[in-house]
Design a protein around this ligand. Structure first.
Ligand SMILES: [Zn+2]
Ligand SMILES: [Zn+2]
Length: 492
């Protein structure tokens, strides 16, 4: 059984439209949605631009000629219509808004009357309320002043912006200034950029190149971060998020001094430098065990500590005036014994302008009264019991200074070599030529072997293992295989 009866087909209306009509209809529909209409206009504009851009010179000339003819025709038509009186048969055009007809006159009169009544009511209300009256007065006064200011500025010819734009611009400027006073936020920068765009010129008030955020993001944020990452030493098998955990080898102050030496033109305060330290780079104090230190450097600093500890015991005001006793690292100490512009002669101790003796003379002068005093100092040395041990030594201050003299004479070259090797390794790592590799090979000694289940007396004799790790660095994967073969042959 059929539930639905079939409807008879409706007679088709004559809805055929011409192309122009269809186009007009389509446009009318589009206009209802403002966004779609805008998109349509924009698309048309772009298309027209493209069409104009693709035209050849000949085609352009042709279109120009056509436009000229069209304009001429229009002008002629206009002249004709003005000369001959209008025919009654021609369809009436809608009255232009400027033309005053009887209808518009009556309408205007009505509107005026309405306005008059409204304003009278408003005035009466304002007069009845003194608060409202005062507010109204102030408003009027402000408006007057604003107008006056705008007129004055226009007279001076400072701002050639139309009034509507200028008011908004003034508002934005004030807002931007307010925000800048309170906190230098990015919002302020954005507003300033907008104002600059409006003005289209750089003003001293609007110069935002010196504000904090701009400088921070553009200039030294990346510089400091890369410096920290470069200087810090990797902590093996430790990660901070996705990044390798690292530890600074020196105090932060010393790193700051080094950074200033490397980047003399970067203006950065110590606090900002401190703040810019990445999360994965730890301070030197975080290292519980500081190992693999250089024996020569440590011994020199131990001697210097010996001198300092002796002098610290004395009542204040006797020695502590000198800068020499504030030296805390080897670089500083060695820098006192070489020229400002270090040459090869300075490092080989052949230079006449510098040397250990001049520095030691100053030091001896400072402590001249106490040269025969007995003092203690420590030193890493080979002993009868072990290969290297921290030995406490005692002697006169004179002896200590002699030791210091002999040790210091070799330090300049030693530090230079270490620094040079380090920088060369860094450079090589950053710019390794193709088909090259870097190998870092060393013995990692004295690894203890322990059994999981062990008899008690076994702890007297542990076996030791030496590992021979090899760090292989190269630029691309493709060239790995030949090196692997060679490495294999090396270990065979
Ligand atoms: Zn060293
Ligand atoms: Zn020198």
């Amino acid at each position: 059984m059929c539930l639905r009866q079939r409807q008879p087909p409706k007679p088709k209306e004559d809805t055929r439209q011409s192309n122009a009509e269809k186009c007009r209809q389509y446009k009318e529909n589009l206009k209802k949605d403002s966004e779609k209409w805008k998109a349509y206009l924009y698309k048309n504009k772009v298309q027209a631009q493209q069409w104009r851009g693709n035209q050849t010179e000949e085609q352009k000339e042709h279109t120009r000629e056509l436009a000229r003819k069209r304009q001429q025709k229009r002008r002629e038509k206009l002249a004709q219509s003005e000369a001959t009186p209008k025919k009654t048969s021609t369809p009436k055009k809608s009255p232009t808004p400027n033309r005053v007809t009887r209808l518009t006159q009556t309408k205007l009169k009505e509107k005026r009357e309405k306005d008059r009544i409204r304003q009278a009511k408003h005035r009466a209300a304002v007069k009845a309320n003194p608060q409202k009256f005062r507010r109204e007065k102030e408003k009027r006064k402000n408006k007057r002043l604003e107008k006056k200011a705008v007129e004055e500025e226009q007279k001076r010819g400072k701002v050639k912006v139309p009034t509507t734009v200028k008011l908004s611009f003034k508002c934005v400027l004030n807002k931007a200034k307010d925000v800048l006073k309170k906190h230098r936020s990015k919002l302020a920068l954005a507003k300033l950029a907008l104002v600059k765009k409006l003005l289209n010129k750089s003003d001293s008030v609007l110069d935002c190149s010196k504000t904090y955020y701009k400088r921070r993001t553009d200039r030294y944020s990346s510089t400091v971060t890369t410096y920290f990452n470069k200087v810090a030493v990797d902590v093996p098998n430790k990660k901070c998020g996705q990044k390798q955990k690292k530890v600074l080898p020196k105090r932060l102050v010393d790193h700051y001094i080094d950074f200033k030496k490397v980047h003399p033109h970067t203006k950065i305060s110590f606090s900002t430098f401190k703040r810019r330290r990445p999360n994965n780079v730890l301070l030197a104090g975080c290292n519980k065990l500081v190992q693999c230190l250089c024996e020569k450097c440590v011994n020199v600093m131990l001697l210097m500590d010996g001198v300092n500890s002796l002098l610290k015991k004395k009542p204040e005001g006797e020695f502590c005036s000198s800068e020499i006793f504030k030296i805390t690292n080897v670089d500083e100490l060695v820098a006192k014994t070489v020229c400002d512009n270090v040459t090869r002669d300075c490092m080989n101790r052949c230079c006449d302008g510098c040397g250990v003796s001049s520095f030691m003379d100053v030091l001896r002068k400072e402590v001249s009264d106490h040269l025969e005093k007995i003092c203690e100092w420590k030193r890493w040395e080979k002993t009868d019991i072990s290969r290297k041990d921290l030995v406490t030594k005692s002697g006169t201050l004179n002896e200590l200074l002699d030791h210091l003299t002999s040790d210091l004479s070799l330090m300049a070259k030693h530090l230079k070599v270490a620094h040079w090797q380090r920088t060369q390794y860094q450079k090589l790592k950053e710019s390794l030529p193709p088909n090259h590799c870097i190998l870092t090979i060393d013995f990692a000694e004295n690894y203890l072997c322990k059994y999981q289940q062990e008899v008690q007396s076994a702890h007297w004799s542990y076996r030791q293992v030496t590992v021979h790790p090899c760090v292989f660095l190269q630029m691309s994967q493709a060239v790995l295989s030949p090196y692997c073969d060679r490495l294999q042959s090396l270990f065979d």
